[in-house]
Ligand binder design. Structure first.
Ligand code: FMN
Length: 160
């Protein structure tokens, strides 16, 4: 039986979105963008975003279209904000975690906070990820990120 996989992600400036789309393409699976209803644009949005992420605040997100209960694996992606996940991703996880069967995580980062972010996601989801992947913003821009294939292979070969 084929596994049902969903990629869900939040992206403020398109970096995490690029990886999310690539994952969905490699796995031929569904994809859903998480939309933060709070304005995160500009310097004001940057500041509030960092502060909210650090304080583990939740936000309001647009209602989701794809029910995570219908999937065997949910692959959750976030930019690293203040060494944490973005508030929109935390909100998605908190609202849906009881429906997760298996999870995998990915993030994009300026360069720091990856391990801490994955631990935060794992605690919030109450589940250990079956695979993780991270890339820096500049790696994504240059298409030079490593270990992507391994991440995809781990998910492909995961037995449900
Ligand atoms: C509010 C905010 C906080 C951030 N905090 C960090 C951080 O703690 N460490 C880091 O390396 N990069 C940090 N960044 C950079 C982003 O993680 C990075 O640029 C990411 O690739 C952006 O993804 P996106 O284009 O999908 O929004 C931060 C960016 C924002 C907007």
């Amino acid at each position: 039986m084929d596994k049902k996989i969903l990629v869900v992600y939040y992206s403020r400036t398109g970096t995490t979105k690029k990886i999310a789309q690539e994952i969905a393409e490699f796995l031929s699976c569904d994809i859903e963008e998480i939309i933060d209803q709070k304005n995160r644009s500009g310097i004001k949005g940057f500041m509030s975003g960092g502060k909210d992420a650090m304080k583990r605040e939740l936000t309001e997100i647009k209602p989701i279209e794809k029910d995570p209960a219908n999937y065997d694996i949910i692959i959750i992606g976030t930019p690293v904000w203040a060494a944490n996940m973005a508030p929109a991703v935390r909100t998605y996880i908190m609202q849906n975690r009881e429906k997760f069967k298996n999870v995998a995580f990915f993030c994009t980062t300026g360069g720091t906070g990856v391990e801490k972010t994955f631990i935060e996601m794992d605690v919030a989801a109450k589940k250990q990820p079956i695979a993780t992947f991270s890339a820096t913003t500049s790696e994504v821009k240059k298409n030079t990120y490593q270990r992507f294939k391994e991440f995809i292979e781990k998910i492909k070969s995961f037995e449900i």
